[in-house]
Design a protein. Sequence first.
Length: 319
Amino acid sequence: MSRHTHFSDTDKTETLSDTEDEPPSLQLPQKDVVALSPPKIGLLTHLKNSLFPRRNHDSTLRETIEEYIEEPGAEEEGSVSAHERALLSNILHLGQMPVADVMVPRADIVAIDIDITKEELFGLLAERQFSRIPVYKDTLDDVLGTIHIKDILAAMAKNETISIPELITDVPIVSPAMPVTDLILTMRQNRRHMALVVDEFGGIDGLVTIGDVIESIVGEIDDEHDTDEDPQMHETRDGTVLADARVDVESFEERYGSVLSEEEREECYTLGGLVFSMAGRVPARGEILTHKSGIVFEVLDADPRRIHRLRIRNLPRDV
């Protein structure tokens, strides 16, 4: 049984000022919805003052939390760890994050034509191990919906002929500019874990799953099928270095000499983190950035959330 808490528009701003000392009143309607009547606003005030007793009580709860997680030394108080602060920050920024920042870009979409053979379909499912796959007719811009591997297995268990058109379910269409919070609501309302991202001209920009949303909060999640290989780094004949962005900066400097400042070593643990710090954002594929030491980093592979591979040039000659 699900429970929902409803706050009026007035509550969103006024519940954070010290207006009452009396305990809050909670009402439990027949539909199991907990409602705070506008005058009874002591609950959030008490919550805020308990969690953040030294904060300005005229600020909103959102502002108070943002100030807290950004405040130097907050972790030393022992109440919120660095990991928890990062999660809170990511959650608070979901409303400002567009779907385009978490989607799988068009070039990386794995989809099937409606006329695919059974053998080709089974081969793809075995190779890519997806639970849902978009189905299109002729081109990717004409997506008919998605199929779920559970429906395929159910048909096989009954010795039924697998008919792709009969297994297709509809898929929500969203804009690249839609806030991620609205995407979550859309997925819940439609009871779908995948949505297609369509531009203003009707072309497919990408797709997004509930897993992509979760990873935007907690970071990349590997499953039992993902490989756990150590990040690789190797030199090519022309003297450049091809590196996994997960290579740690300590290993890089052990091999090619000390080129980073102490501040960079403290803040950046991987080459991807270093390049992100240099750009101030996740750089796009093909982007080239030059470190103050003269080393040049070229982004070979990246998505909207992280850098995957780098080409490194102009390394110190004395190494």
